[in-house]
Design a protein around this ligand. Sequence first.
Ligand code: HEC
Length: 171
Amino acid sequence: MSLLVIFHRTKSVAMGLSMCLLAACGAATPSPTPPRQTVPIVTPVPVATASVPLPPLDVRQVSRGNQLYALHCATCHGAQLQGQPNWATPTVNVVLAPPLNDAGHAWDHSDAELRRSILRGSVGKDAAGNQFMPAFVDKLRMDEVEALLVFMKSTWNTQHRVRQLMLSQPR
Ligand code: HEC
């Protein structure tokens, strides 16, 4: 009987000790008066740049995209991707080619939307029934469309690239 009591006591002391060790002897128990620390230790970084690492662009794709752009797109969107003059001024029955560089809003569209624009062309048509931008689905392979996207991205500043990367993330 007494042996049993001793066993129980030693067991509870051992348990108490291990619990104390586990809790780092009171470190995990909340302090009754929490420290009044209000100054952040780390300066907050804007969420966009902190959470999305910007992947480097493949230089071969940039160069391939550049060639394809010169061949198929520059006539309308401009040699510097600057768009047609006065592209933003609304005109009846005319839709001009917008810039594809930072000056436009291509960077404000996801990869999927940009691919769609290139493959299907514009929804709008002129009075003769021609699309303002032709569809390239029969003229470009998918790897060529990807190279065009990479080339466009190479002209965007970091802020726009981060924004466009976030828009392209699966939701
Ligand atoms: C005949 C002129 C023309 C050609 C050639 C052309 N585009 Fe366009 N593109 C346009 C016009 C006009 C629009 C605007 C359509 C609209 O808003 O409905 C446009 C829109 C776009 C957009 C959407 C931009 C945005 O900010 O919404 C992308 C991306 C684009 N073009 C890429 C290309 C690429 C890449 C090529 C070459 C493969 C190309 N375009 C060739 C006229 C052209």
